[in-house]
Design a protein around this ligand. Structure first.
Ligand code: NAD
Length: 454
């Protein structure tokens, strides 16, 4: 399998795709290793993960350059992502012992009762390319700490990064028969669905997620799905500084060249500040430096997958043909690499593909609304429900709106952010279950109830 640099279209490297037999052999090896891993004290497993964090830290520059070569993320953003291991590990250090400890619910009396949390066993993690470190960390770090073995399939677009992660986990002390990497694309993923894994944890598109959930349903094992979004942001007329809000919104739209599950993909602006907001937003977008993602200060790199350029172009063309206006961009950039101009579209309607389907690129539709009620109605009017953001000076107003928004995560005066301390969960077509937080940690264990006499 060839890995192509999306900025230059040059070959970064080649990897050998695992055969079905090799994938099965890896799985069987994990089955043996998991039993020994699960009986080691939790603190020992945690210490290994802490060491993994230290190893990652010493390689940030090299790993960031590799990630940028593979998927085109601006290198400073790649470095920021890789460092995300630290806060996730800090969270595990603070809360894993407490969350996974046995719970004596009835410590006294003739029949004592307690709950223990046992690992699921050997779990599969089929992963995405857009934040390969973060979405990997969110699954395999708590899963390993809880005593599971992990069969990890990085995306075919970030296979070299996936191999590096495995090497660092092994170096830290995770046994090779407790964590394994599967190299390949759709077929390799499909092979994993045929194995008798004890849980499937997937990050990727709604389409693949639904297919996975349907395919493994008969196994009756836990399935976690972290899927796409069409995340809205609302700007009320009372914001203190429209230009500041426009700058924050532009960052939420264009970070990672728009290829974030929680990227801002729709903006609704109260009519009283609409013109001022649009003007500032266009100015902010013009400031973003485009170019080779290895260059300093570059904000807009290439898209990872060339096919996405057509998806975005179709959305923009469809919107234009129905009366929308492109204020900026609207086309592929000339020259080598899979670049699309940062694009701002106004006069959109909510039923346009641009406002309904995940764009996953540097494009945004901005729509004027009369009041909060109209904003809430439009924000909730999609198949997705990952995040939603409200910008207003009024806490009361924000609270009222956030309660009515049908999304797994809501933001007040911020957007496009993830915390290890809060659950990351999509509603509707954005997912099933949670990662992160103590709730996400419990996704990798199964409870056992003890009723004890004597
Ligand atoms: P994708 O669905 O194309 O692929 C994801 C993974 O599934 C890859 O490893 C791929 O090889 C594998 N796969 C593909 N077909 C398969 C099959 N039939 N059986 C088993 N495995 C199969 O998604 P992608 O392009 O890698 O990622 C982008 C999507 O991920 C976007 O929709 C984005 O919003 C979403 N995402 C969500 C989150 C979240 O936390 N909610 C985070 C990151 C990305």
């Amino acid at each position: 399998m060839k890995i192509i640099n999306p900025a230059t279209e040059e070959l970064v490297g080649e990897v050998t795709v695992d055969t079905t037999e090799q994938i099965k052999a890896k799985y069987e090896k994990l089955r043996v290793g998991q039993a020994a891993w699960a009986v080691r004290p939790l603190q020992e497993r945690l210490d290994i993960i802490i060491k993994f964090g230290d190893i990652v830290d010493t390689h940030v520059d090299r790993l960031a350059n590799l990630l940028t070569a593979e998927m085109g993320k601006p290198v400073w953003q790649a470095a920021g992502e890789i460092k995300g291991a630290k806060n996730r590990i800090k969270f595990l250090t603070e809360l894993a012992q407490k969350t996974l400890a046995e719970d004596w619910v009835t410590p006294d009396g003739a029949t004592k009762e307690k709950i223990t949390f046992e690992p699921l066993g050997v779990i599969g993690n089929i992963s995405a390319w857009n934040y390969p470190y973060n979405v990997g960390y969110n699954v395999y770090l708590p899963a390993l700490v809880a005593g599971n073995a992990v069969l990890y399939k990085p995306s075919e677009y970030t296979a070299l990064t996936g191999i590096e992660m495995a090497k660092m986990l092994w170096e830290a002390g995770v046994p090779q028969d407790v964590f394994e990497v599967v190299i390949g694309g759709k077929e390799a993923g499909q092979t994993m669905l045929d194995l008798t894994l004890d849980g499937y944890f997937f990050t990727g598109s709604y389409r693949t997620g639904k297919h996975i959930a349907q395919t493994v349903a008969h196994k009756l094992v836990p399935v976690g799905l972290e899927l796409g979004g069409k995340d809205p942001l609302y700007v009320a007329e009372d914001v203190a500084d429209v230009a500041n809000v426009a700058a924050a919104a532009a960052e939420g739209v264009f970070y990672n060249t728009g290829q974030s599950c929680c990227a801002v993909e729709r903006i609704y602006v109260n009519e009283k500040v609409y013109d001022a907001f649009v003007e500032s937003f266009v100015e902010e977008t013009k400031k973003l430096k485009k170019g080779n993602p290895t260059e300093e200060g570059v904000w807009i790199g290439p898209l990872t997958r060339p096919e996405q350029i057509d998806v975005i172009q179709q959305q923009v063309n469809d919107a234009e043909s129905k009366g929308a206006k492109v204020l900026l961009g609207g086309k592929k950039m000339e020259g080598k690499g899979y670049y699309y101009e940062p694009t701002v579209v106004v006069d959109v309607k909510n039923d346009m593909a641009l406002m309904q389907e995940e764009s996953f690129g540097p494009v945004i539709g901005i729509m004027k609304v009369q009041d909060d009620a109209e904003a809430i109605r439009l924000m909730n009017d999609t198949e997705y429900g990952l995040t939603a953001a409200v910008y207003t000076v009024s806490k009361e107003r924000a609270d009222g709106m956030m309660q009515k928004l049908n999304a797994g995560t809501v933001y007040w005066n911020c957007c496009d952010r993830v915390s290890p301390y809060t659950p990351w969960s999509g509603r509707k077509n954005s997912g099933l279950g949670s990662t992160l937080s103590t709730i996400g940690m419990r996704a990798f264990v199964q409870p056992k109830a003890y009723h004890l006499r004597g």
